[in-house]
Design a protein around this ligand. Structure first.
Ligand SMILES: [Zn+2]
Length: 678
């Protein structure tokens, strides 16, 4: 009984009204209680062998006055409906093994569900989701992500689950797509799950919460909406010009075999069929089913690859990559017809389908209704791999610029080089300028960070120094070569030379990330122009480079004064710099000075003793995030920071290990998964 009550206190506020219900076998039994009510234990003890469920979301307080007030009633007149819910607070993901209806799961079936739930959890957390509560449902596994959302978001959650179904469901285990409605009930964790007869092969099991985060934090609805939007990106044959009037003539199996695309497995999902591909057509290192094609029962198609560098690729991009002649004209004609969903809309100026790089002609003023919608699906986001930061700002968008600042020894260089490694891990190429260190010193630094705490050891010759374990360096070199290049300071640090060199390299190598560490290390000629005007010019040049080459530029600027707790106005000499930036992130080292001062700006913030560093989000243009604090923990050995205490960042190296040992996202034996999962 204690297990049930502690589970309730994890899912609900003490004064929250909840409904507890049992539905099978008849009669239905229901009661409304305060979540901390002592009556719950007493009432449940009257029905020791029944499976009970609970409402997950916030029940309107008026329901408390129903006949089953603080007691369980058989055959109640009313139970909770969607209209009785004030808001969502839990998003339930239910990984349930496929089995004959009305029986409990076998051990093998349950084991398969565990793997799917573990994979789902891991991938979502890697995308920035906060850690969920994990529960054993008796027959499968539940992930409960804390959210704040209005009941009006029902369709978003329905779409979200449909996308998870297509991403994660296997032949043996399905992600339940029906559990999105606000009044949805879940197991009252701790009660027994009694489906069918209890046999040795298919026993009745007790449900229970098996894992919970140290602190329950809400997952941003932006992340959920972005995934839900994938649902809309399936393309129906009518939208494909070549198939107009001949929708049935396109044969996916034929298409894949004609173009030598190897399919590992075909998996039926609730909305159609998933074709897991042996290799992603956009990057041959994305293997083992990380990429998949979807054939929906309504005749439309989709494509998805789990790697962030492929996030912008959907069916059209896939088909065109595999068959460049698929769309006779420019692909843009197709994209626009799909993304604006108003095909009759006239395009101002220019020949149909042509998109000139610089616009000429008229009109220069756009009528409001003619302005194309902002298409979020075309933004490529490069994650920082700090879950807390990615959850807040989504990651770093290509075509944008982030300005980093912070006092001396605040850790900003450490952080930004780690962000560069994260980008490599995500499959992007990175160009770096580090004005205060030689390339060899940067290399030493980056190697330690890339190795991580598990692959470094104390230097036998110098107790204060850490070095790589034997054999690691070669592996890291193999991984980073071609992906990370550092400007050679021996060629001088004249700002124009540095800028032009990086520009050319990025263009030639199709890189996606530029790191400039830092503005003051660039040699700026002191001529007719004011120093601050020159700095402004340089920053604007990098901002323009970000847009032109579609890269993300990370730019480090020292604050003017180096005392503790610098503010936005202290960054360099001019407000133009922060105005030009899409993100402004201030890095603070948590020292005595910081501890004395931060309360003046963040009176409610609590800094735990182990926190070494914080990132303060001062500006985020895309989502309008401001005044958010990300707490970080420093690992001295590998010089890495992590936003999860005791857990080193997931960097390129572990990813590599993962790829070697992990046969794709349907069959996991994953060393990164928490112990309980293995
Ligand atoms: Zn891919």
């Amino acid at each position: 009984m204690d297990v049930i009550l502690s589970g309730l206190s994890l899912l609900h506020e003490p004064d929250e009204i909840i409904e507890i219900r049992s539905i099978d076998p008849k009669p239905v039994i229901s009661g409304y209680f305060r979540a901390d009510s002592p009556a719950i234990a007493k009432e449940l003890s009257r029905y020791p062998n029944r499976t009970f469920y609970q409402t997950m979301n916030r029940v309107k307080s008026a329901c408390y006055a129903r006949e089953q007030h603080e007691r369980l009633v058989e055959r109640p007149h009313e139970t909770t409906t969607d209209g009785d819910i004030a808001g969502y607070q839990w998003l339930l993901i239910d990984a349930d093994p496929v089995r004959p209806s009305g029986v409990s799961a076998s051990r093998e079936e349950k084991e398969a569900a565990r793997r799917v739930a573990g994979m789902t959890m891991k991938k979502l957390m890697a995308m920035g989701f906060s850690e969920p509560i994990v529960a054993d449902s008796g027959n499968g596994y539940h992930l409960l992500f804390h959210i704040h959302a209005s009941p009006k978001e029902k369709q978003v959650l329905a779409d979200f689950l449909a996308v998870l179904d297509m991403w994660f469901s296997t032949e043996q285990v399905k992600i339940d797509t029906a559990v999105f409605n606000p009044a949805r009930i879940t197991k009252l964790y701790g009660t027994i799950a009694t489906k069918g007869a209890s046999t040795p092969e298919r026993p009745h099991r007790r449900s229970g919460i098996i894992r919970k985060p140290e602190k329950v934090e809400a997952t941003s609805m932006t992340l959920i909406r972005n995934i839900a939007a994938e649902r809309q990106k399936a393309v129906s044959p009518q939208e494909n010009p070549r198939q107009r009037g001949a929708a049935s003539s396109f044969d996916l199996d034929q298409f894949l075999s004609d173009h030598h695309i190897e399919v590992i497995k075909k998996i039926p999902i609730s909305t159609g069929t998933k074709y897991q591909l042996a290799e992603c057509p956009f990057d041959s290192s994305h293997k083992h089913g990380d990429a998949a094609v979807f054939a929906y029962s309504n005749g439309s198609y989709g494509f998805h690859c789990f790697h962030n560098s492929c996030a912008g690729y959907h069916w059209h991009e896939f088909r065109e990559k595999v068959d460049p002649t698929a769309y006779a004209n420019s692909p843009y004609t197709v994209h626009q017809a799909v993304s604006t969903s108003v095909p009759s809309r006239a395009k101002p100026g220019g020949a149909e389908g042509s998109v000139p790089a610089v616009k000429t002609g008229q009109p220069r003023m756009l009528d409001f209704a003619e302005i194309p919608n902002y298409d979020r699906s075309k933004i490529v986001v490069i994650r920082s791999r700090f879950q807390a930061l990615d959850a807040k700002i989504g990651g770093f968008n290509k075509g944008e610029m982030t300005v980093w600042s912070g006092g001396n020894a605040s850790g900003k260089s450490t952080l930004v080089s780690q962000i560069g490694l994260a980008a490599v891990t995500e499959g992007f190429k990175v160009a770096m300028f580090s004005g205060e260190m030689t390339a060899s010193r940067v290399r030493e630094w980056v190697l330690l960070q890339a190795a991580g705490p598990d692959f470094v050891m104390q230097d036998p010759l110098n107790q204060n120094h850490y070095c790589l374990k034997p054999g690691i360096e070669e592996k890291l070199d193999a991984m980073l070569t071609g992906k990370l290049s550092i400007y050679d300071n021996d060629f001088g640090t004249d700002w124009e030379v540095v800028t032009n060199t990086i520009y050319d390299w990025v263009k030639k190598n199709e890189a996606s990330v530029v790191i400039i560490d830092n503005l003051m290390a660039l040699d700026i000629p002191t001529g007719s122009m004011d120093k601050y005007d020159m700095q402004t010019r340089i920053v604007k040049r990098f901002s323009a480079m970000a847009k032109e080459l579609n890269v993300h530029v990370h730019f480090i600027c020292h604050p003017r004064k180096t005392e503790a707790f610098p503010r936005k106005g202290d960054i360099s000499g001019t407000a133009d710099i922060t105005n030009a930036a899409d993100n402004v992130l201030m890095v603070h080292r948590v020292n005595a000075d910081f501890m004395m001062r931060y309360k003046t700006v963040y009176p409610k913030l609590v800094i735990e003793p182990d926190v070494s560093t914080v990132i303060e989000v001062m500006k985020n243009r895309d989502l309008g995030i401001v005044d958010e604090i990300i707490k970080l923990y420093f690992d001295r050995r590998s010089r890495t920071m992590s936003d999860v205490k005791g857990l080193p960042p997931q960097h390129a190296w572990t990813e590599k290990i993962e790829q070697m040992t992990m046969p794709g996202f349907t069959e996991v034996d994953d060393p990164d998964l928490p112990k309980e999962w293995r």
